[in-house]
Structures are given as structure tokens and as C-alpha cells.
Ligand binder design. Structure first.
Ligand code: FUL
Length: 682
């Protein structure tokens, strides 16, 4: 190397290379995910199965003294669970191998309180094994829920039990193949059977279970598995059981901060949230909830507020006493799948052009954000935080979904961003939001744009954006909801904006030639209201809603109780009035004037733990409020299992006053409970 020009050239080349290298090495910011956390995050949507002793005792929290003889599914088919989950688009299933009552779904060596002593398969069965195999067959991941709290075990709260708990974990993680998640519940209620002691036992959750040891066991036996809760090494609870993550959702989290919902911007550890929710009110199967399987709009909301807000969705299916996912649940799951497939059918960025306000070199261009490769990302120059990507479409596009992902392997950075649309040549703000994380999905009303501009307005360091997708999701064509208010106002709502609503009051099928609905209207007389949603864009109709409304409750009054009792005639199904005290108990209502009555309706409380659901009743009428005539008496059959609105007809009778008597409640508690009561006029 005698030639000085050559040396100079070499130096230039070396410095160019090292410059480039500096660019290729963006530094991590804050805590970063482990490989197992990254793999888990990409699953996005998987199923929970609550199936165990509680399924057979019709409980949510068994006490621990239940006999194994109760456990006897008639038609258990884990392949049906796996097939359902697979077709629903889920990536795995987590099974309640042991819930708080302590019953083990596998023939554990640690206790007799297991399938071994149940009549199911003469004690030869193993639900954990059957499900692990079914998951494998259907290409699903398999996970286990093992309740630390054990209301059956005699040694619970003492040292011996901790060993039992660890041993159970070892069995589950050794004998059933790969496990992707181990779920430890936080509940530690206190009272229990505890081998017959039937007492209250307290433990310190932070120390009793020896979480460090638990983590060690999991890491050794299943290095790929993430741990939910249980000292929070990998995944934290989202802070509610609605399946909703917060809009601001940091995966960094400082254990002990209590910020389960939002996480901590400057959290010390990478502990992302997981959103768990049941497809029904309860986690376990109860026939009484067959009519309360979540609707498509509700499930969609859950999806967008979990997966769309940086939290994988763990959706629970309460397997029934047959040992099957109930038909109604399957139906709703498939509705959700179908709609999501439609929502994300065609990614409109594929033919678009992306340019950035700043790029840290050609390896980090804006194109990386729209090329479908989530390992490549857009990155602005080092000192730049406020920056943007513009996506220009070939032709005008109608859009209503925006998906964006950060390259989280190097930390979660974005604190806030906005989305603008170029509408008629002018930039207009569509959304202004906070965090992104692994994935954020925005839903907004349909806009026609020639371009979109995605602006990072604040971040912990320059943003790394690995993916952007844009869609035009079809409007959800659910039958409109017709609501009658107490004063007789009628409102009709469709799920999505952008749909037209048409209705009739004469019993004829509505269509776009019927009356368009634009605002609430008044109805004083009993009327059949039918309504339909219409999408002018696709020239298609929803199903028709069809309800027979009776007289409004405007001038009604409860005569024999305090003001709170007005909740039973406020036309709001969510407000409930209960009265404790020995049954029978009665309520008297004045209708304000005399009608020809031919029936009444009774709606019990619709919540997860309904109170005072009446099973035996009497119904009386009076013209003057003094002389009463009994017009109906009997039992609301099956109301315990199926607490829907009861409709009872009787011989037409003239009356201004009615008296509803609750004689016995379905669970034999001394409570009268009413969500809503109504009459049927002639
Ligand atoms: C809760 C438990 O107590 C429920 O029974 C259910 O298992 C749910 C997923 O977690 O904390």
C-alpha cells in the first residue's frame, strides 16, 4: 500500500461502511421483549377453556369439597374444541387444568381429587392429554391454567402444599408436549373445604408460592412458555375481565406499580398486557346463560379493543356438561371470524407509495412500513422524533381501518401520533392517539382519501415502524336496535355509521321505500315496529328487527314502595330493584288509567350474579286499587336456567292497577328482584 491515493480511498470506504453500520444499529430503548414474549405477542388471538368441576356443579368458584363423582361429561370431545378454535382463527387454547376448587383434569400423583376418581371413562381419562393431542392435530398451541389457590387440599396455606403445587406444575409441563403459556390466577379468597377443615386460610401471595422457584420450573421444562401473572415475569393482566385494553397501553411495566391497564411509560420490565374475557357472562358453562352469548358487535368491540390496542386476546369458551363448546358459542365465534375476514380482506397499501419526512438511509425507508415484512422497519434520522409517512394511493380510496405496528424488538417508543387524510385535496385529521406497541388498529368512519399521513408527534426515541396496513371494512349489517323509552319516545340505532335505517309501524316488512329513520319519535299506543338497516353502497339489507311495543310506562307509578322501586318501570333493562325479606313480597303499580289487559311481562336481573329471580308468582288486577282479582298464578318454568323475559297471558280483564307477587325465588333466597315489569294490552 504505497500509493497514498489508494490509502485515502480505503479510508473513505471504511468510514462510509462504519457510518452505514452506525445506522444499522439503532439502540434499544427501555426494556425489550424476550424471544418467547415476541413469539407469544404474534399469536394475537387464542382461546381459554373453562371446563372442570364447576361445569357440573353449576358454579363459578367451587368450594373444594365437591365429590369427584360429579365430573361426568356425557360426550367430551376435545377435537370439537380444537376444531372450533381453529376455525375461529385462534392460535391456541389454554385449559383450566385445575381451578380454585382443586379438582385436577389429569390423573395427577399429587392428590386423589382428580379425574382418576370420577365416573368419566371409569377414572381412566385425562382431559389435559386429550386436549394437548387435539391441539397438536389442529395445529394449535396448548397452554395450561393451574390455580395456585386450592380449596380442596388439606395442607393449603402450609408448607406442604407449596410442594404439591410445584409438583403439579412439573407434571403438566413434562407429560403433555410443548406448552406456550402457563396461566396463574391471582385469586386467593380464603375460605374453603381444605380436606374437611372448612375454614378461612390466609397466605401472602407475594411469598407463599415461591414464584422464583415456579419461574425456574417453567423455564427449565418449557423454555418457550410465557408466564401469566404469578409474580409477573412475562405477561400481566389487563386489569379487567371485559377484554378491553386501554388506549394508552405500554408493554413496559414496573412490577408493583399497579398500572395494569396502562403499563408504565418508563417501566423497568417488558411485561405486556393480555386481555381475557368470556364469550358469556360467566367463565364456566351455565345453561341459564345460553341466551347471553356475546353478540357480534360486542365481540368485534372486544377484538378491536384488545388486539387493536396492543394486547393479545384470550377469549374464553365455557365448555358445557356434555363436554362440548355449545352451538350458540360456536355460531357467534364464526360470525366474528367471518366479519374479521371481511374487515381485513384487502390491504390497500399494497399498491400505494410511501414516503417519509426523514429516513435514516435506504435500509430504513418508508417502503419498509408497507412491504408486508414486519422485520424491516422505517426509521427517521437519529435526532428526529417528530416525523411522518405519507401514503399516496393510485386512485381515490374509501378507508376506515388503519393498522400500525412498532418494531418492538428494540422497545416500545411512540407516545403519540395522529392520522390525517387528504380529502378533496386538503389534509384533515382523522385520529389523534397515544401508544402503538406491537399493534394498534384504528376504526373510524369511512372517508374518501387520495393519501394518508401518519404523524409521530412524540416518542421516547426515534420511532421504528415495521408495518402499516389500510382497509375498507364493510359496514356491519346487524339488525337495528329498537328502544322504547319510558315516556314513549322510540329510538332506532344501527351498529355502524353510514347505514340508512327504514321502519314501518303497520306490520309490513320495511325496505328503502319505507319511512327513513332520522330522529326519535313518539308512540302512545301499542304498535308493532319493524326496522331494517340498508347499505346504499352495496345495496344490501340487514335482518329485520321486529318488536311489538305496548303502551309506554310514562304515567305509571309504583304505589307501595319507595322511589327506588321505579326502576322496575323505567324501561331500562339494566336498572334493577331488589327487596330483601321473606317471600311472598309484592309490588303494586298504577297505570294512570284503565286498560283492557291480557297479559304481563317479567324480566329478572340480567347480570352475572342475578338476585331475586322469581320462580313462583301471582298476578292480580284491580279497577280501583281496593278490590283485587287474581288473573294468573304459577311458575316461570326453567327461569333458573334461562332467565329471559317471561310473558304470561290471561283472560282479558279491565284494570288500572296490577299487583305482582313474588312467592318463591329460583335459588330459594328471600329476595324479590325485578329488572322490568310490563303489561300486554288488548
Ligand atoms: C379469575 C378467576 O377467579 C375466575 O374464576 C376465572 O378463572 C378468571 C379467568 O380468572 O380471576
Amino acid at each position: 500500500m504505497k500509493n497514498p491515493n489508494f490509502v485515502l480511498l480505503l479510508l473513505v470506504v471504511i468510514s462510509l461502511i462504519s457510518c452505514k453500520e452506525k445506522v444499522t444499529e439503532p439502540e434499544a430503548v427501555g426494556p425489550v421483549p424476550s424471544q418467547r414474549q415476541l413469539a407469544w405477542q404474534e399469536l394475537e388471538y387464542y382461546g381459554f377453556v373453562h371446563f372442570n368441576m364447576n361445569t357440573f356443579t353449576d358454579m363459578e368458584w367451587g368450594e373444594g369439597g365437591e365429590s369427584p363423582k360429579n365430573f361426568n361429561p356425557t360426550n367430551l370431545d376435545t377435537r370439537q374444541w380444537a376444531k372450533t378454535a381453529k376455525e375461529a382463527g385462534m392460535k391456541g387454547i389454554i385449559l383450566t387444568a385445575k381451578h380454585h376448587d382443586g379438582f385436577c383434569l389429569w390423573p395427577t400423583e399429587t392428590t386423589d381429587h382428580s379425574v382418576k376418581n370420577s365416573p368419566w371413562k371409569n377414572g381412566e381419562g385425562d382431559v389435559v392429554k386429550e386436549l394437548a393431542e387435539a391441539c397438536k392435530e389442529f395445529g394449535l398451541k396448548f397452554g395450561v391454567y393451574l390455580s395456585p389457590w386450592d380449596r380442596n387440599h388439606p395442607e393449603y396455606a402450609r408448607e406442604e402444599y407449596v410442594e404439591v403445587f410445584h409438583k403439579q406444575l412439573e407434571e403438566l409441563l413434562t407429560n403433555y408436549g410443548p406448552v406456550f403459556e402457563v396461566w396463574f390466577d391471582g385469586a386467593n379468597g380464603g375460605t374453603g373445604y381444605y380436606g374437611g377443615a372448612n375454614e378461612h386460610r390466609k397466605i401472602d401471595d407475594a411469598t407463599y408460592y415461591e414464584w422464583d422457584k415456579v419461574t425456574k420450573i417453567v423455564r427449565e421444562l418449557q423454555p418457550e412458555a410465557v408466564i401469566f401473572s404469578g409474580g409477573n415475569p412475562d405477561v400481566r393482566w389487563v386489569g379487567n375481565e371485559h377484554g378491553f385494553a386501554a388506549k394508552t397501553n405500554w408493554s413496559p411495566f414496573t412490577p408493583g406499580s399497579g398500572n395494569l391497564q396502562n403499563g408504565d411509560e418508563d417501566g423497568t420490565h417488558w411485561i405486556p398486557a393480555e386481555a381475557d374475557v368470556s364469550i358469556r357472562p360467566g367463565w364456566y358453562y351455565h345453561a341459564r346463560e345460553d341466551h347471553q352469548v356475546k353478540t357480534l358487535p360486542h365481540l368485534l368491540d372486544i377484538y378491536y379493543k384488545s388486539v387493536g390496542r396492543n394486547a393479545p386476546l384470550l377469549l374464553n369458551l365455557p365448555v358445557d356438561t356434555r363436554g362440548l363448546v355449545h352451538e350458540k358459542d360456536v355460531e357467534q365465534l364464526m360470525k366474528l371470524r367471518k366479519q374479521l375476514d371481511k374487515d381485513f380482506a384487502e390491504n390497500l397499501v399494497t399498491d400505494a407509495k410511501a414516503t417519509a419526512s426523514s429516513e435514516a438511509g435506504s435500509n430504513y425507508s418508508a417502503t419498509n412500513a408497507i412491504n408486508g415484512d414486519t422485520k424491516a422497519y422505517w426509521m427517521p434520522k437519529k435526532e428526529i422524533i417528530k416525523s411522518n409517512i405519507t401514503i399516496e394511493f393510485d386512485e381515490l380510496q374509501e378507508v376506515n381501518r388503519f393498522v400500525v405496528q412498532e418494531y418492538i424488538a428494540l422497545g416500545q417508543r411512540v407516545k403519540s401520533f395522529t392520522l390525517e387524510g387528504k380529502i378533496n385535496g386538503e389534509w384533515k385529521e382523522i385520529a389523534s392517539e397515544t401508544t402503538i406497541g406491537y399493534k394498534r388498529i384504528l376504526r373510524f368512519d369511512l372517508v374518501e382519501v387520495s393519501a394518508l399521513r401518519f404523524n409521530i408527534t412524540d416518542a421516547k426515541a426515534r420511532p421504528l415502524i415495521s408495518n402499516i396496513e389500510v382497509y375498507k371494512a364493510p359496514l356491519v349489517m346487524e339488525a337495528p336496535e329498537i328502544v322504547q323509552h319510558k315516556d314513549g319516545r322510540i329510538s332506532i340505532k344501527s351498529y355502524d355509521n353510514g347505514l340508512e335505517i327504514y321502519y314501518t309501524l303497520n306490520g309490513e316488512e320495511p325496505n328503502k321505500n319505507s319511512k327513513p329513520y332520522s330522529e326519535e319519535f313518539l308512540l302512545q299506543d301499542p304498535t308493532r315496529v319493524m326496522a331494517v338497516a340498508y347499505n346504499p353502497g352495496t345495496n344490501s339489507y340487514s335482518e329485520v328487527s321486529n318488536i311489538k311495543l305496548d303502551i309506554p310506562k310514562k304515567n305509571w307509578q309504583v304505589l307501595n314502595e319507595n322511589a327506588d322501586a321505579a326502576k322496575i318501570i323505567d324501561a331500562d333493562e339494566n336498572s334493577v330493584w331488589t327487596k330483601k325479606g321473606k317471600l311472598p313480597q309484592e309490588v303494586i303499580v298504577d297505570l294512570g288509567k284503565t286498560y283492557n289487559l291480557k297479559g304481563f311481562t317479567y324480566l329478572p336481573q340480567q347480570s352475572r350474579w342475578p338476585q331475586g329471580v322469581i320462580a313462583d308468582y301471582e298476578f292480580m288486577l284491580s279497577e280501583n286499587g281496593k278490590q283485587w282479582k287474581k288473573v294468573s298464578e304459577g311458575e316461570f318454568s326453567n327461569i333458573k336456567n334461562n332467565p329471559i323475559e317471561q310473558l304470561i297471558e290471561f283472560k282479558t280483564t279491565k284494570a288500572r292497577y296490577f299487583k305482582f307477587v313474588g312467592k318463591r325465588s329460583a335459588d330459594d333466597t328471600e329476595v324479590l328482584g325485578i329488572a322490568e315489569i310490563g303489561v300486554i294490552t288488548e
